[in-house]
Design a protein around this ligand. Structure first.
Ligand SMILES: *Cc1c(COP(=O)(O)O)cnc(C)c1O
Length: 227
């Protein structure tokens, strides 16, 4: 099945309408196309249709695609294992899922070694789900306090993946609390620029935009259901 430009038009329409409701400029929201399980040919078509920003969850799968395509901007959005961190630093321009102090220390080391400043988002487990990655708010606070000593890392914001609920309104409280945290922490840590809020997926990105998302991560609505 080829990539559907109609899906892309629909997503852009939904994005613009949500921005209008929220009194925001559509340029203030970046659309990240989640390409896990999507074959490289369809990503190529998505690039031709004008998508430029992509997200992958697994290093091995991503490596093949990124090296084959040789274009696009790629964010890592899965749980990053320490032994895959080196490949991640090489392949991705941003790791959206910084979820432990030890990973931060490792990424800083690798960033310095690669002579690049790696951009990261701190993943927050807003609902405190045991099954999910991400830091509890008090752990994230500790990480932000430590971050001054990591010149190889540049923290650019926060990311969350709330409990799945088909009713998008049920995601709103989690998005809202992440946005409040961002404001509070930005005051507390003026030396860090927490400009990004990565939140919202295919079924709830309008609500996320209303609550302040700057990055929405959309898979199914662009590429169809994953097999
Ligand atoms: C798969 C995935 C998405 C996209 O989900 P859809 O419901 O297909 O839009 C977004 N964020 C993360 C972290 C994911 O793993």
């Amino acid at each position: 099945m080829p990539f559907s430009p109609e899906n892309l038009r629909q997503v852009r329409r939904r994005l613009e309408e949500a921005c209008r409701r929220a009194g925001r400029s559509p340029e203030s929201v970046q659309l990240l196309a989640v390409t896990k399980t999507v074959p490289v040919e369809r990503i190529q078509e998505a690039l031709q249709a004008g998508l430029t920003l992509f997200g992958e969850n697994y290093i091995q799968e991503a490596q093949l695609k990124i090296e084959t395509l040789g274009q696009g901007t790629w964010h890592f959005i899965g749980h990053l294992q320490r032994n895959k961190a080196k490949a991640a630093v090489r392949l991705f321009s941003m790791i959206e899922t910084l979820d432990s102090l030890s990973l931060a220390i490792e990424l800083n080391r690798l960033g310095l070694q690669a002579e690049k400043t790696l951009e990261v988002l701190v993943q927050i487990n807003e609902a405190g789900e045991a099954s999910k990655a991400g830091l509890a708010p008090e752990e994230a606070l500790r990480l932000l306090e430590e971050s001054a000593s990591w010149p190889g890392l540049r923290i650019r914001g926060l990311m969350t993946l709330p409990p799945y609920d088909p009713d998008p309104e049920r995601s709103r409280p989690w998005f809202r609390s992440l946005a409040l945290r961002q404001k509070e922490w930005q005051k507390q840590f003026p030396q860090i620029t927490l400009e990004h809020l990565s939140m919202g997926m295919s079924h709830d990105f309008e609500v996320a935009i209303e609550e302040g998302a700057t990055l929405i991560r959309v898979g199914t609505a662009l590429f169809g259901a994953r097999g």
